[in-house]
Design a protein around this ligand. Structure first.
Ligand code: C5P
Length: 662
């Protein structure tokens, strides 16, 4: 999960391999609410863990459901058609349409005193047609802000169900879904018919609803897409256990990835061609553009077919969310691609037609748009621009545009607020990077070096955090080697050079956040002692040991980038690094910092002794024959004697920014 201000995706070359996708958002939130409306407990497997499902889970807890979350398995003890709650309750819906709409309907039918609100964007997303439908039947729903939009206040209904209930279907199919899930609760006395006014959009989402209702004991009679009847006496029955399919909309990015960049294939686990999710039909659109797709039970495999991709002209009403991915694929096509009947894009997480048009243009593309369509012209080699892309707090915008990094001009792509993918796919970028290979030599590396106690470790790890990059603490590798050698009973001198080098080459090391494991033992503390530092210093002076660690150090250079700290990072290990920084804090300041550090750990040491030690060590480090402490020729000097750590980070980030094309 990237919580950084932006993520720079380096130019990508190709992709191959398996991915497992998180559960479908649409299925997850429906299943949660349906389970809540049953009596008894439902065990849900492979539930999506994301912002939107957390919103729903929190609301259900507040309503009095028993909720037990164990990773992606969740048990919900249902309300059995009653709310356990008497007091006024405020429920926060974030920006989750799949929670806001169905909960509004269910709570309006059940009755109580509820306030439903969300983030500012949620208060701009229409809900008037649903409220009109609910009011027709005697539900009490008031607008607390602007008419037609959340926030809402829900009261006690006096149900008097008209025949039929009418609801508009041309703004969001979620209104119909919401009524279909709420109204079984009101069928004790009579059957209920819902009639859709206007052309129903996003029909496949209604199919998901009907499919899941059937799993929960509700058989809806459907006449075309206009009339839906819930039989008298409909009653929710828990299926006991239910599995959530992987998200077909999320699959669209990996289907596109296969079509764009995979010779051997991207194998997608968790969803197959027979999925109940409408967005699985994105497959057909991708095939029309040239993708080669095979499928089996719960999997898809996609590779490149036609290249360049073939342009298409497509009515996308049936795949509104996944169709955004086509807009980015269109940049790689042999002619203009037109996506039609996508008016619903304008009322989603953001106005998606405008957003996609603006961001494609930043890359250099020509885009035409209308009220409910968009046309994206291909972007030929030589015309791609390195762009800083805004993501509008819209997970799909962010995921779509990551695919721009396969451009033929090998320009990187900067995505703002990459964390917004948490709405449906918190590990999207990690999953993407796990199967993609960057253009050779294009993973950015930032090297930090400097004398002992100069604060290079802290600076480097903060930079890595700010950029979302990996972090290589090369000193730790020498410390680990020293520890492994001591544990093997070796003296740390030239007599054992080759044996220590062998140990270094095959170090059973695992880095896990702040923790470092050597052969199943957590050695994070053990390698930080003064003695471990001395041992490291000794083994690091053995040329064969240094050579043995080269490969391990190179292996840290992975997407999306690396911050490497230590002696020869910029000179030997990553000489091509685009930014090298050498810290030059004075010995007095460094001694003071180290002094504070040791005191805080409960060691009593004299400042003067520390300073003398540091100066001696500096001299030794500068003059040693193997890997002496010298700045790389192209390193920038940073005297951080009187700089706070934040100021040092800012300074290096601004140098870094100065070397980026954005
Ligand atoms: O940075 P740290 O104190 O953890 O480094 C431990 C020892 O390893 C230092 O004495 C340093 O000389 C050595 N070292 C090295 N090359 C590196 C990193 C550390 O020789 N790249």
């Amino acid at each position: 999960m990237y919580a950084t201000a932006f993520l720079d995706v380096p130019p990508l070359d190709h992709a191959n391999g398996p991915v497992t996708l998180p559960g479908s958002k649409s299925i997850s939130n429906r299943v949660l609410l349906l389970s809540a409306l049953c009596a008894g407990t439902t065990h849900i497997h492979d539930l999506l863990d994301s912002d939107d499902t957390r919103v729903m889970l929190q609301a259900l807890r507040q309503l009095g459901c028993g909720v037990d979350v164990q990773g992606t398995s969740v048990s919900v003890k249902g309300l059995g058609g009653r709310t356990a709650h008497q007091d006024p309750l405020t429920l926060f819906m974030g920006n989750a349409g799949t929670a806001m709409r169905p909960l509004t309907a269910a709570l309006a039918v059940l009755g109580g005193d509820y306030t439903l609100q969300g983030v500012p964007r949620m208060h701009e997303r229409p809900i008037g047609d649903l409220v009109d439908g609910l009011r027709q039947m005697g539900c009490q729903v008031e607008y607390l802000g602007v008419d037609g939009y959340p926030p809402l206040r829900i009261g006690q209904p006096t149900l008097n169900i008209p025949h039929p209930i009418q609801v508009r279907g041309d703004v969001s199919s979620q209104f119909l879904t919401a009524l279909l899930m709420a109204l079984p609760l009101a069928t004790a006395q009579q059957a209920i018919t819902i009639e859709v006014v206007g052309e129903l959009i996003s029909k496949p989402y209604i199919d998901i609803t009907l499919n899941l209702l059937a799993r929960y004991g509700i058989e809806v009679q459907r006449e075309g897409w206009e009339r839906f009847t819930l039989p008298q006496g409909s009653q929710y029955r828990s299926p006991g256990e239910i599995h959530v399919e992987a998200d077909a909309s999320s699959a669209s990015y990996f289907i596109a990835l296969g079509a764009l960049a995979s010779e051997r294939g991207i194998r997608i686990h968790g969803v197959g061609a027979d999925s109940i999710q409408g967005d699985i039909r994105f497959m057909d659109a991708a095939q029309a553009m040239g993708a080669q797709i095979t499928s089996g039970p719960n999997w898809l495999e996609v590779r490149r077919g036609a290249w360049p991709l073939k342009s298409i002209d497509l009515d996308c009403n049936h795949i509104p969310d996944a169709a955004m991915t086509l807009a980015v694929m269109a940049l790689y096509a042999n002619g203009p691609t037109t996506l039609r009947n996508i008016g619903s894009w304008r009322v989603k997480e953001t106005d998606r037609i405008t957003a996609m048009a603006i961001e494609c243009r930043k890359l250099g593309a020509t885009v035409d748009e209308g009220q409910d369509w968009i046309r994206v012209h291909p972007l030929p080699a030589g015309q791609w621009r390195a762009a800083r892309l805004h993501t509008y707090d819209d997970h799909r915008v962010a995921m779509c545009f990551s695919l721009a990094a396969f451009n033929p001009d090998a320009v990187p792509v900067r995505l703002e607020d990459p964390g917004c993918v948490a709405k449906t796919f918190p590990d999207y970028f990690e999953t993407l990077f796990s199967v993609t290979t960057p253009r050779p030599g294009r993973v950015p590396v930032l090297c930090i070096d400097g004398p002992t106690a100069s604060g290079k470790g802290t600076l480097a790890s903060r930079l890595a955090q700010a950029l979302g990059y990996h972090y290589l603490d090369s000193g730790a590798l020498y410390r680990l080697t020293g520890l492994a050698a001591v544990q093997a009973g070796l003296t740390l001198d030239t007599a054992n050079e080759n044996r220590i080098a062998d140990l270094a080459r095959t170090l059973p090391v695992r880095f896990d956040g702040e923790q470092i494991w050597l052969d199943q033992v957590d050695v994070s503390e053990a390698i930080r002692t003064e003695e471990a530092g001395m041992n490291a210093s000794q083994v690091s002076a053995l040329p064969a040991v240094r050579a043995a660690l080269v490969e391990l150090q190179h292996s840290f250079c992975r997407l999306p980038g690396l911050v490497a700290d230590g002696r020869d990072m910029g000179t030997v290990i990553f000489p091509q690094a685009p930014l090298k920084v050498f810290l030059t804090a004075g010995a007095a300041e460094r001694a003071e910092r180290r002094h504070k550090q040791l005191i805080s750990k409960g060691f009593s040491v004299k400042l003067e002794d520390l300073r003398a030690d540091l100066e001696a060590r500096d001299a030794r480090d500068r003059n040693r024959s193997v890997a002496p402490l010298v700045p790389a020729q192209d390193a920038l000097m940073l005297d951080n004697s009187s700089l706070s750590i934040e100021a040092s980070v800012e300074q290096v980030l601004s140098w870094w920014q100065g070397r980026q094309p954005f």
